[in-house]
Design a protein around this ligand. Structure first.
Ligand SMILES: [Zn+2]
Length: 268
């Protein structure tokens, strides 16, 4: 009984949230046009739109350095953030609420202790950052350019939200909270082997389809590979077929097949 009551309450809560956060048709169509890697039709597109409304209702945006967060900015970020969890559920993002939007890249303060116990403090220029428990920081200039940069497999929103998925088990280590049916051993084995291969290629100066930043750490490879998986899947499939399959089984989506399915000569 309690369960039935709770699910009725949840669906009421979702209905009221959807009513509060209706995305006007014109704005939604403009968003899909700007970011052509988003599903543009059918059931997936309808689900993304619904999830985007719920995301807008659950998250809090703040503009930094005088940036005013317009509806265009809020929807652009929300729709791209929802794409990776379209099949996993928005609950995956329950661990944080705040999203801070900077006009451009931002300086992040860094501290780390080296092997001899000396502390180093420095500033790093970043396009985005995800902290455990929030907030997620994003550069609007990079978010806005995601349509154009998709052919290079670059997407700052998906990168940072892949880190959010990675942190969900309490550790940022390139192993997200895995769904049942995807064994941890398979994940670790694949990510480790792919990371080794990728690092060797980057060190040897080989031009890689994925962003060389992925060679920093396994968690960065997961984030960088997730970007390409969603916005330029053929790049990832061509260079890292096993990693593509792993992400396909994790995200429960097959963007490359979806792309082939809609790439008919009759398409506009
Ligand atoms: Zn990263």
């Amino acid at each position: 009984m309690i369960h039935a009551w709770r699910s009725a309450w949840q669906s009421w809560r979702e209905r009221t949230a959807l009513a509060r956060r209706v995305i006007p048709d014109v704005l939604w169509r403009r968003t899909l046009k700007r970011f052509a890697f988003l599903p543009r039709e059918g059931e997936r597109e309808a689900r993304l739109r619904r999830m985007t409304s719920l995301f807008l209702d659950r998250k809090e945006y703040t503009g930094a350095h005088g940036l005013v967060v317009t509806d265009d900015i809020a929807v652009a970020i929300a729709a791209q953030a929802c794409l990776p969890v379209l099949e996993l559920g928005l609950e995956r993002y329950d661990g944080f609420v705040g999203i801070v939007v900077h006009p451009g890249q931002a300086r992040a303060h860094r501290q780390h202790e080296d092997e001899s116990g000396v502390w180093h403090e420095y500033e790093e220029v970043v396009s985005g950052e995800a902290l455990e428990g929030g907030p997620v920081m994003l550069s609007w200039r990079d978010v806005r350019g995601a349509g154009a940069s998709a052919s290079r497999g670059y997407n700052v929103v998906i990168h940072e939200f892949a880190h959010v998925l990675d942190m969900a088990d309490g550790q940022t280590d390139g192993v997200p909270l895995l769904p049942p049916g995807l064994p941890r051993a398979r994940w670790v084995e694949t990510i480790t082997a792919e990371f080794e291969r990728f690092t060797q290629a980057v060190d040897a100066g080989v031009e890689t389809a994925l962003d060389p930043y992925g060679a920093q750490a396994p968690e960065e490879l997961f984030a960088v590979a997730s970007e390409a998986f969603f916005v330029s899947p053929e790049l990832l499939l061509g260079e890292h077929p096993q990693l593509y399959e792993l992400l396909r089984d994790f995200y429960r989506q097959d963007p490359e097949a979806a792309l082939r399915g809609t790439a008919s000569p009759a398409a506009p």
